[in-house]
Write a protein that binds this ligand. Structure first.
Ligand code: ZN
Length: 479
C-alpha cells in the first residue's frame, strides 16, 4: 500500500523533482542544447530520487514534444510508455540482484542494436556498486566506447565502492537528502490530494523519522493516513503511536535510570518492554538526549562524567543505527559501557585499586609472555581498565571497526584471554555472530593484521545471561 503511494506521487517531469534543483537545472540545460553525455552517475542516500530522475532523463532523451527549457512533455507516447514501464528502449538493471554478471553480458551483446522506437537507448543500472569486478570491467569497456545511440545512467548509494576507472568515465551528480520545508510541502500536497487532514506537528515528526528520504517519508505518511478517523483527520498522538514514539513519562524514567540507576538489567527490561510494544529504539535515543539537554539548559541537571557518557552513548546509537539493523545491540553495547564505569563506585564508593599490569588481560597476544607472579594472584582491576587498557587491543578494535562495523560492535565489552588465545564475549548475540564464517573471517583478518595470528576460539562469558552481564562480571569470570 505504501509502495502504491510512492509510485503514485513519484515525479514524472523535471519540474516535479524536489530537492535536487542544481542537478535538475544542469540536466535540463544539457537536454535543451542537445549536449547529453553518454554516461551519468547518480549518487546519494536511498529515497532521494535517483531512479526517478534517471527515468525522467530517459524520457528527455526520447520525448516527442520536448519543452524549450529541456523538460519532458509528460503526455507523448514515449513519456506514457516510460511511466508504465513498457518503453522498449529503456532497460533497467538491478545490480543488487545477481551482482550484474548476466545483465552486463547481455548488455554487451545488445548494446550495438539500434533503438527500436526512440532516438536513444537508455540503460539504467541501479545499485551499481554491487557489481562484481568482472561486471565492472565489462561495463568499463562499454563506457570507454559507447555507441552513439546509447546512454548509461548508473545509480548508487555507496559511491566509495565504485571503481575510480568507472568514475572517470561518467558525469557525476550527487543527490541530497531533502530539507524539511521541501519534504513537508510534498507530504502536505499528498495528504491534501488524498483528502486527509494532518495536524501540523506530524510533519516535523515524519521529517525526523525519515531523515530527509522522500521514500521513507511517504511510506510513513501512508501508514499514518490509514489511521484517519471518520472525519478524515489524523492527530499527533495517533501519528506517534504509529511511529513508536515513547510517551514523556517513559522517556523521563529511562533517562533517570541511565543517569542515576545502578542496575543495567532494570534499563534492559524497560527497553525490552518498550520495543515489544513497537517502540522505535533509535528515536528513543533522540528523545532521551533531548530530555537531558533540556535539563542542562534549564540547569536542573548537574554536569557529570556519567551524563557525558550517557549522551555519547545516545548520540552513537543514532549515528551507528544508519549502518546496523540491530539497534537493540547498539543499546546493549552502550549500556554495558556506561554501567561498567559505575561498577567500582557501587562496590567501594571510590575508584577500584589500579593494577600495575592492567593491560595483561586486555592485550592481544603475546604468546611469549610468561605467567608472572602478579598475574597468578587475584588482582583487583576495574573493568574499564581491562577493556580499555593496552594499545594493541585498542589498535585491534580500530582495525576491526574498519574491517566491519558489525564486527567492531560484537567486540565491544569483549575480553581477550591471551593464554588460550581466546576472545570472550559478553552476550549470546555477539557470540553467535562471531561463529558465522563471514564474521569469523573478518575477525581473523583484523587479528592477522595486528598480531600476525588468527584467534583460536570464541567463548561466551559464563556470567552472560541473556546478554545482560556487565563488563565487571566478565572480568571476574576470567580472573
Ligand atoms: Zn513526451
Amino acid at each position: 500500500m505504501a509502495d502504491v503511494l510512492y509510485r503514485k506521487y513519484r515525479p514524472h517531469t523535471f519540474a516535479e523533482i524536489k530537492g535536487q534543483s542544481v542537478t535538475v537545472s544542469i540536466l535540463k540545460q544539457a537536454v535543451a542544447t542537445d549536449k547529453l553525455s553518454h554516461a551519468f552517475l547518480f549518487s546519494g542516500p536511498r529515497g532521494t530520487g535517483k531512479t526517478s530522475t534517471a527515468r525522467v532523463l530517459a524520457k528527455a532523451a526520447n520525448c516527442l514534444h520536448l519543452k524549450k527549457d529541456g523538460d519532458v512533455c509528460g503526455e507523448c507516447a514515449v513519456c506514457k510508455e516510460i511511466d508504465n514501464g513498457s518503453f522498449p528502449d529503456l532497460v533497467e538493471i538491478d545490480a543488487a540482484s545477481n551482482r550484474g554478471i548476466d545483465e552486463v553480458r547481455l548488455l554487451k551483446e545488445q548494446v550495438n542494436f539500434l533503438p527500436v522506437r526512440g532516438k536513444r537507448k537508455v540503460y539504467i543500472i541501479d545499485e551499481v556498486h554491487m557489481m562484481t569486478k568482472e561486471a565492472f570491467n565489462a561495463l568499463l569497456k562499454l563506457l570507454e566506447e559507447p555507441p552513439t545511440h546509447a546512454i548509461f545512467i548508473l545509480a548508487t548509494t555507496e559511491i566509495h565502492k565504485v571503481p575510480i576507472t568507472i568514475l572517470s568515465r561518467v558525469q557525476r551528480y550527487d543527490f541530497m537528502l531533502a530539507e524539511q520545508l521541501e519534504l513537508s510541502a510534498k507530504l502536505k500536497m499528498i495528504a491534501d490530494n488524498e483528502q486527509v487532514e494532518v495536524e501540523d506537528l506530524v510533519w516535523d515528526l515524519i521529517f525526523q523519522f525519515s531523515q530527509g528520504s522522500f521514500r521513507d517519508a511517504e511510506t510513513l505518511l501512508m501508514k499514518i493516513m490509514q489511521l484517519k478517523s471518520a472525519d478524515g483527520k489524523v492527530s499527533v498522538a495517533e501519528a506517534e503511536s504509529v511511529l513508536g514514539v515513547a510517551p514523556t513519562t517513559e522517556v523521563t524514567s529511562i533517562a533517570e535510570a541511565l543517569l542515576r540507576g545502578h542496575s543495567v538489567q532494570e534499563v534492559m527490561r524497560t527497553l525490552n518492554d518498550f520495543s515489544s510494544r513497537g517502540g522505535n529504539l533509535v528515536y528513543l535515543a533522540k528523545q532521551i538526549a533531548s530530555h537531558i539537554r533540556q535539563g542542562l539548559v534549564e540547569e536542573k541537571e548537574p554536569i557529570s562524567k556519567r551524563l557525558s557518557q550517557v549522551l555519547n552513548m545516545l548520540i552513537s546509537i543514532q549515528s551507528e543505527a544508519k549502518f546496523i539493523d540491530d539497534v537493540r545491540m547498539l543499546w546493549d553495547v552502550g549500556l554495558l559501557k556506561v554501567f561498567s564505569e559505575l561498577q567500582p563506585q557501587m562496590k567501594g564508593g571510590g575508584d577500584a585499586p589500579k593494577s600495575d599490569i592492567p593491560s595483561q588481560k586486555g592485550n592481544m597476544p603475546s604468546h611469549s609472555v610468561k605467567k608472572t607472579q602478579v598475574e597468578q594472584q587475584p588482582v583487583q582491576v576495574s573493568s574499564s581498565e581491562v577493556v580499555q587498557a593496552g594499545g594493541q587491543w585498542e589498535k585491534f578494535l580500530l582495525v576491526a571497526r574498519k574491517v566491519d562495523l558489525k564486527l567492531w560492535t560484537c567486540l565491544q565489552g569483549a575480553i581477550y584471554d591471551h593464554e588460550r588465545n581466546v576472545v570472550v564475549v559478553p552476550g549470546s548475540y555477539a557470540f553467535e555472530e562471531l561463529q558465522k564464517d563471514t564474521m569469523r573471517g573478518k575477525l581473523d583478518k583484523a587479528a592477522n593484521q595486528i598480531f600476525g595470528a588468527t584467534i583460536s576460539g570464541i567463548e561466551m562469558s559464563k556470567n552472560a545471561i541473556m546478554g545482560e552481564s556487565s563488563n565487571a562480571e566478565l572480568v571476574e569470570s576470567i580472573l
